[in-house]
Design a protein around this ligand. Structure first.
Ligand SMILES: *[C@@H]1O[C@H](CO)[C@@H](O)[C@H](O)[C@H]1NC(C)=O
Ligand SMILES: *[C@@H]1O[C@H](CO)[C@@H](O)[C@H](O)[C@H]1NC(C)=O
Ligand SMILES: *[C@@H]1O[C@H](CO)[C@@H](O)[C@H](O)[C@H]1NC(C)=O
Ligand SMILES: *[C@@H]1O[C@H](CO)[C@@H](O)[C@H](O)[C@H]1NC(C)=O
Ligand SMILES: *[C@@H]1O[C@H](CO)[C@@H](O)[C@H](O)[C@H]1NC(C)=O
Ligand SMILES: *[C@@H]1O[C@H](CO)[C@@H](O)[C@H](O)[C@H]1NC(C)=O
Ligand SMILES: *[C@@H]1O[C@H](CO)[C@@H](O)[C@H](O)[C@H]1NC(C)=O
Ligand SMILES: *[C@@H]1O[C@H](CO)[C@@H](O)[C@H](O)[C@H]1NC(C)=O
Ligand SMILES: *[C@@H]1O[C@H](CO)[C@@H](O)[C@H](O)[C@H]1NC(C)=O
Ligand SMILES: *[C@@H]1O[C@H](CO)[C@@H](O)[C@H](O)[C@H]1NC(C)=O
Ligand SMILES: *[C@@H]1O[C@H](CO)[C@@H](O)[C@H](O)[C@H]1NC(C)=O
Ligand SMILES: *[C@@H]1O[C@H](CO)[C@@H](O)[C@H](O)[C@H]1NC(C)=O
Length: 370
């Protein structure tokens, strides 16, 4: 009917705020690998026409919002990564992302509302017509969330997980406490030893790949101003020490030492390997270091440590939770785009006001580009 095709005035205010409403987390994955992780708070103010007047509805992005997996994508050479979130009866929010080597940005914002949803838009003069519009935006994410390009130094990325008999190790959560029981170091990771030793049973040097079992592992250690140590002990037969060093001038920390002592039943002699001049897992004071991808930390010719889904914070632990993560280069290479809207982003308030008229027939009410 023709009256459905009348002009309507729509005013939309999109405000992506840090604290006005609670954040909802969305993840886009492809082949089991996360490429977009977004923590968003949003509230939409929509002014719409009723048959006699205009009204304004405030619509927060609800907890029930879900990623539309069919229309979200990690991107290809020709298309950019895109997150599409749907909520309620036919409402949606779409964000497209762009990246160059140093910055991530949102380049396109699409909002869609179903004005027939009378619970949200009472008395809307619409009858089934959707309001859809999109626009170019430029919202940059502060570069300190992303580590510098030198992150690759010293860390080699193992190729596709070799079919190790032991499989991917289980992730364990470890912490170190001060004498007064305050947590001072947090770590979550899966660990795999790649170790060569003289075997009793084979009477020759064997190379063994063995997972650390978190359920049999105890953690201890110490925390000083510029040095933190995490000691993982399994069965008294395996002792693994991590030493982290902080440069208080540059406010950067890194894994400077790794030491393993092992006395496994098939070993002819007590095994030790250590290096205290390493430069792995570099991050910034106040942040945690995170690397979901597998990393190989080479200690010497006989011992290297493979880490999986690692997150660690050896300094400035203020609560029993990790601070904002600085991501390793390999994860970034896999296009993980964290949009962390939290305290650190408190300065970012993106308010977009759009007022426009849809003076078009329903059949043409497609995407409006502003
Ligand atoms: C409501 O619709 C009328 C046309 O029916 C239009 O002239 C008016 O601008 C609209 N209201 C607003 C606030 O845009
Ligand atoms: C994703 O992981 C699941 C469970 O680990 C596995 O069954 C599935 O084959 C994986 N899919 C791809 C594409 O790797
Ligand atoms: C996912 O796996 C498919 C089939 O193996 C491949 O064509 C596609 O490029 C992969 N996507 C990503 C993002 O790796
Ligand atoms: C929309 O508003 C016009 C008056 O502006 C009215 O004639 C029409 O019936 C209304 N349509 C609906 C579906 O309420
Ligand atoms: C994507 O781009 C890379 C580098 O430019 C190229 O090696 C690859 O073949 C391209 N893939 C497709 C599917 O075009
Ligand atoms: C719009 O909302 C109405 C009323 O809730 C619903 O019947 C209709 O299916 C919705 N449209 C879409 C595209 O979801
Ligand atoms: C990345 O993009 C931003 C904004 O367009 C620009 O200022 C910056 O120089 C770019 N960086 C690189 C390495 O191209
Ligand atoms: C934004 O994305 C939508 C959906 O992919 C597309 O239709 C629209 O043309 C894009 N707008 C701009 C300004 O790039
Ligand atoms: C525990 O001791 C550390 C310094 O040794 C201090 O900073 C912290 O406030 C203490 N925590 C509690 C709960 O007393
Ligand atoms: C173990 O180390 C050896 C020698 O560096 C290497 O060839 C092999 O790929 C490693 N295996 C695993 C599962 O990391
Ligand atoms: C801290 O870093 C600076 C700059 O890289 C360096 O000159 C200084 O020696 C470092 N301090 C320590 C204690 O390592
Ligand atoms: C590991 O750390 C503990 C406690 O700091 C220390 O006693 C032990 O000697 C260290 N082991 C190695 C191999 O460095």
């Amino acid at each position: 009917p023709t009256h459905h095709m009348q002009s309507k005035g729509v005013c939309v205010c999109v405000c992506v705020l840090t604290c006005c409403v609670q954040a909802v987390t969305f993840e886009v994955t492809e082949n089991n690998s996360t490429c977009i992780k977004a923590e968003l708070s949003a509230s939409f103010l929509i002014t719409y026409n009723t048959s006699t007047s205009t009204r304004t509805a405030q619509v927060p992005l609800p907890d029930s919002a879900r990623v539309d997996t069919d229309r979200s994508t990690c991107g290809t050479n020709d298309s950019s990564p895109r997150l599409l979130v749907t909520f309620g009866p036919g409402h949606g929010l779409g964000l497209s992302f762009a990246t160059n080597t140093s910055l991530y940005s949102v380049t396109n914002l699409t909002v869609q509302f179903n004005l027939s949803d009378s619970a949200t838009f009472p008395e809307a003069n619409s009858s089934g017509e959707n309001v859809i519009f999109s626009m170019s935006v430029r919202a940059m994410f502060p570069s300190f969330f992303f580590c510098t390009k030198d992150r690759r130094s010293g860390i080699s990325h193992s190729p596709a997980p070799a079919p190790a008999p032991s499989g991917t190790p289980e992730s364990g959560f470890y912490s170190v406490k001060l004498k007064n029981n305050t947590v001072c170091l947090l770590a979550q990771m899966g660990l795999q030893f790649n170790i060569s030793y003289l075997s009793k049973s084979h009477n020759e040097v064997v190379r063994d790949v063995v997972n650390l079992d978190p359920s049999l592992t105890n953690s201890s250690g110490s925390c000083d101003a510029n040095r933190a140590t995490l000691v993982l002990t399994q069965d008294q037969r395996t002792i693994l020490n991590f030493t982290f060093s902080l440069n208080s001038t540059t406010r950067k920390y890194h894994l400077s030492g790794l030491a393993l002592s092992a006395n496994w039943s098939d070993m002819t002699t007590f095994f030790t390997a250590s290096d205290f001049s390493l430069d792995y897992l570099r991050s910034t004071l106040g942040l945690s270091y995170m690397c979901n991808a597998e990393q190989t930390l080479v200690v010497d010719a006989n011992f290297s440590l493979n880490t999986f889904k690692l997150q660690i914070q050896p300094f400035q632990v203020t609560t029993e939770q990790f601070a904002t993560a600085e991501e390793c280069q390999m994860d970034q290479d896999q296009m993980l785009i964290p949009i962390i809207v939290g305290a650190a982003l408190a300065g970012l308030v993106l308010i977009v006001l759009i007022a426009y008229l849809i003076g078009r027939k329903r059949s043409q009410a497609g995407y409006q580009t502003i």
